[in-house]
Design a protein around this ligand. Structure first.
Ligand SMILES: Nc1ncnc2c1ncn2[C@@H]1O[C@H](COP(=O)(O)OP(=O)(O)OP(=O)(O)O)[C@@H](O)[C@H]1O
Ligand SMILES: [Mg+2]
Length: 279
């Protein structure tokens, strides 16, 4: 809506986890490098955790692009509220296994055969589970057992569990200690520090065709960081609304009163209880 007004070719603050808009912060870069390293060196279990909206699914999408480019087969489960039966059905579907998808024994048999054949000749195989904090104990147990498949070169199936910090807490439960012990690599995403919030905004605007960021003045950026607590999804929402408001007011820059109104409309609450100064 406001794209032409700001000289943008597309919406810079979309909420989808689009790798084309990736801002390569040091921690996102490291997380992605860890995921790729874990897969390539056949580490077995890899866990990615981070608060809501910090970029986990975006990292998985980047990994998916990488796996595609390397022709490494993978299954991507993004609905983690599954029964064990549904889990095996989805595995069979995603890996295109030639077996009865309703029979756990058949799925396991077919999967094992495919993994073994691939391990001899081809690349490894990857199972990605997003929102893994929602996995029930019995599905996690099945996943742990899949992680046991190995040959001399390493694990046959690389398993990436991504989720909110509850996942870490779940893995700390005594009944999941066997799984916890098998996690070879852990990586974590945190909210941005203030300077990265500014760089992130400039980077997204750059991807959308505006090379020079002069829409958000420094004082607004500093306050925007405080109110979004450096969380990418919240930054996107606030920035999108700010651009819309500036456009409606025919202003090429955003201002503090606009920020107050937007954060109020979005009902944002942030630490220190600094309520927006609405007149
Ligand atoms: N490094 C980044 N570069 C560009 N955009 C990012 C980055 N990190 C996060 N985002 C953006 O932030 C928003 C939230 O990201 P994402 O959906 O990946 O978060 P999440 O951690 O999976 O959240 P949830 O816990 O709710 O599943 C998306 O719009 C995404 O594009
Ligand atoms: Mg996500």
């Amino acid at each position: 809506m406001y794209n032409a007004f700001f000289g943008l070719t597309e919406n810079p603050f979309n909420l989808s986890p689009d790798p084309n808009f990736l801002y390569r912060s040091a921690q996102h870069e490291e997380a992605l490098a860890n995921l790729i390293y874990g897969v390539q060196s056949r580490k077995g279990f890899i866990v990615l955790t981070g608060e809501v909206g910090t970029g986990k699914t975006t990292m998985l999408e980047c990994l998916r692009d990488f796996l595609g480019s390397q022709e490494i087969p993978f299954a991507f489960l993004f609905n983690s509220r599954l029964t064990p039966e549904q889990f095996f059905e989805m595995l069979a579907y995603d890996f295109d296994l030639a077996c009865s998808r309703q029979s756990k024994t058949e799925v396991l048999f077919a999967l094992n055969a495919v993994l073994l054949a691939r391990a001899e000749t081809g690349p490894t195989t990857v199972l990605i589970v997003d929102e893994a904090h929602n996995l029930e104990w019995d599905v996690l147990e099945e996943i742990r057992l899949l992680g046991n498949l190995e040959n001399r070169r390493g694990k046959l199936l690389q398993i990436i569990l991504a989720g909110q910090p509850e996942l870490d807490r779940k893995l700390d439960l005594p009944e999941l200690r066997q799984l916890k012990q098998r996690i070879a690599l852990r990586t974590q995403l945190n909210p941005f520090p203030p300077e990265e919030t500014a760089l992130y905004i400039a980077s997204r605007l750059g991807h959308a065709g505006r090379a020079h960021q002069d829409i958000f003045p420094p004082d607004v950026l500093a306050e925007l960081h405080l109110r979004t607590e450096g969380i990418p999804r919240l930054i996107n929402s606030v920035c999108d609304n700010l651009l819309l408001m500036a456009f409606a007011m025919e202003s090429k820059v955003v201002t503090m009163p606009m920020l107050d109104e937007v954060t109020n409309d979005l009902r944002l609450v942030w630490p220190e209880g600094t309520a927006p100064a609405l007149s």
